[in-house]
Ligand binder design. Structure first.
Ligand code: DGP
Ligand code: NA
Ligand code: NA
Length: 211
């Protein structure tokens, strides 16, 4: 089903912690709205749902869970929003999404340091709406380590982020747009925005894909 103006685009920003995803997502939504392109921000994990609250407690180290269990909860958190995502896109709203299934697979498999298990982690993501574009905000691990502001959450250590970055690299099927994130906030926004508007234009008449 498409509206006369076409559907919205499903655009995901990925990357390690401290790469600047949340700031860029917020600024991109503002810029789209300023140009009268209907747009909304979606953030994963969505800590506001019942499942999201368990995820939040896990990240704050208030609860312990087996790796497999927390992995499935992160995925369930995406499934919780899947119908709403599809319906918003169909109504012509572009969604700028702060993390998605790729974070799910990268963070979980970084714990094991073996990519042979990628498939196990990918399986429960199958069937979710598929992004029209993935922008990977690339920062060298040394620069991530220098960026201040690692909090006390579970995954926030320089070594773990380095392992996550390795997993992201192996996960990229070649379709991601890798963007150098080591630049001024507004310069990065300008660069991303030009890609985003192109994707919005190209996605209008395309059926939404499935993971
Ligand atoms: P954020 O709010 O973007 O800082 O994400 C919180 C933390 O959770 C961050 O370290 C990345 C991690 N994370 C995000 N999505 C997933 C996921 O699906 N699975 C796992 N294991 N970790 C995730
Ligand atoms: Na974080
Ligand atoms: Na974030």
């Amino acid at each position: 089903m498409t509206t006369p103006v076409g559907r919205g685009a499903f655009i995901v920003l990925e990357g390690c912690d401290r790469a600047g995803k949340s700031t860029q997502c917020r600024l991109l939504v503002e810029k789209l709205k300023d140009s009268n392109i209907p747009a909304e921000l979606v953030v994963f994990p969505d800590r506001s749902t019942p499942i999201g609250q368990v995820i939040s407690e896990y990240l704050k180290k208030e609860v312990q869970l087996p790796d497999q269990a927390i992995h499935l909860l992160f995925t369930a958190n995406r499934w919780e929003r899947a119908e709403e995502i599809k319906s918003k896109l169909e109504k012509g709203c572009t969604l700028i999404v702060d993390r998605y299934s790729y974070s799910g697979v990268a963070y979980s498999s970084a714990k094991e340091k073996k990519t042979s298990s990628f498939q196990w982690y990918k399986n429960p993501e199958e069937g979710l709406p598929k992004p029209d574009a993935v922008f990977y905000l690339n920062l060298e691990p040394e620069i991530i380590a220098e960026r201040k502001g690692f909090g006390g959450e579970r995954y926030e250590s320089a070594q773990f982020q380095k392992d996550v970055a390795e997993c992201f690299k192996k996960l990229n099927d070649g379709s991601w747009k890798i963007v150098d994130a080591d630049k001024l906030i507004e310069d990065l926004t300008t660069e991303l925005y030009s890609y985003v508007t192109e994707i919005v234009r190209l996605s209008k008449d395309k059926p939404l894909g499935v993971m």
